[in-house]
Each structure stands twice: as C-alpha cells, then as structure tokens.
Ligand binder design. Sequence first.
Ligand SMILES: *[C@@H]1O[C@H](CO)[C@@H](O)[C@H](O)[C@H]1NC(C)=O
Length: 256
Amino acid sequence: MGKTFGYCWGFFCLLIIPFAVADWNILHQRTRNGLKISLKNYCESWRMNVELHNIRDFEVVPEECTSYIGKYVRSTQYTVDSERATEECLVYLSTSCDLKKDSRDAWIFDIDDTLLSTVPYYKENLYGGNKLNLTSLEEWMGKGKAPALDHSLKLFNELKSRGVQIILVSARREHLRAATIDNLVNVGFHGWAGLVLRDYADELVSVRTYKSDVRRKLISQGYRIWGIVGDQYSSIEGLPSAGRTFKLPNPMYYVA
Ligand SMILES: *[C@@H]1O[C@H](CO)[C@@H](O)[C@H](O)[C@H]1NC(C)=O
C-alpha cells in the first residue's frame, strides 16, 4: 500500500489511497472469496456500495465499470430509483411534518444531479471514468444547458404548493450564479426562497462543512429544515441536520 494523498480543487476534495491491487481481475472473474461473478455483478456491487456509502472518496469510476455506470445513469432503473426517493419525500411530508405555514418551513435541495442532470457532461467524460477537470466542468455549467430531473421538479413544485420555502445549496461557485439561475428557470424551476453558492471563504472548507454551516445560518434565521434532498453524502451529513434526509443515486463522482 502506498502513501495517502489529499488534493483539493475549487469544487472537490479527494483523498487518494493507492491500493496495491484492484479487487477485480478480468481474467479470474472471481471475488476475493472465490465466488464466480460476471463483470455486471462486480460493477453493480461497486455501484450499490457507493450508494451505501461504504465506498468513499473515489476519484474515478473503475475503468471496467464506466460502460455499466453509463448505462445505469441513462436507464429506466435510474429514473425509477430517483422517483422512488422523491415519492418517499412526499410520504414523509404527509405523515411526519407538521408544517406551520409561517414562511419558515424549509426544504433544501442540491443542484447538480439533484435538480439538474450533469449526465450530458459526464457522457463526454467516460461517465466518471476521467479525472475531474474543473475547468471543463465549469465551462459546461456556464452554458446553462443542463436538463431538469423531472422527478425532482415534481417534488419541488409540490413542496412549493404546500407553502414550503425551497432553499438551493450548491457547491457550485459564485461566478456561476447567473448561468445557474438561467439554467434552472429555463428548465422549469422557479420560486425558490434562497440560492446559496460557494464564495472564496467556503472553498477553504470541505463541501460537507460548508453545507452544514449554511444550515446553521438558516436555523438561526428561524427556518425549520424539514428535509434535504441531495445526491452526495456531503449534502446530507454533518450537523445541524434536517428532520430527514434523502439521497438520490449518483455513481459518477464523489464530493467530500
Ligand atoms: C481541462 O479542460 C480544459 C478546458 O476544456 C482544457 O483546456 C484542459 O486541457 C483540460 N485539462 C486536462 C488536464 O485535461
């Protein structure tokens, strides 16, 4: 095993732990315990363990799984998985949230791969198989052409109609504000109560710390944060939290 390295760019911090060997060997097609498996078994198990947060801090999708991950993020299964998550938000809202309707009931959303899809960008980058290039990712974001994730748009509108204040908290940087607003509005999102992006000071801390700090401020302003929907654990972990948190699938990249 090699040394551990940490890298930070504006957007992401990564820990790189170089293990001696990958645990998949295309020739052997067996797990470490000798169970015979297919590449699909291997990649589905990788994806599942990313979602379970057992696999963390991955820098790229394993080379042998980029095609599998590409298929998943464009599949009906991805849509069904995401729709199920947003349906559970509505179940929670109806059964467990005693909304006060005083403009202080709040719900937090991420933007990328929560409201807007970055799949068209990652399609050109091996679905996460290429190392992050922040310059090219921000260039793409700056064009404001990301499509809406329809399941999230439905939830967004439902929350709005119930008088919940919607606050968008994103690791996107401030210079992308105008492009982000244009993009969101063009694909149907409007009427949010707040849009928080990262300024220079926020870039000095992890995304998880930045997002926790935002929640602390919102609570001190009197907001009751009933829920968070995000595609990254860094959006839903850390204190203070929310009444409940909901994780959307995203096996393409990891934000710490
Ligand atoms: C990152 O993207 C920029 C803009 O597209 C490009 O000019 C640059 O060569 C890329 N860097 C790497 C290391 O691929």
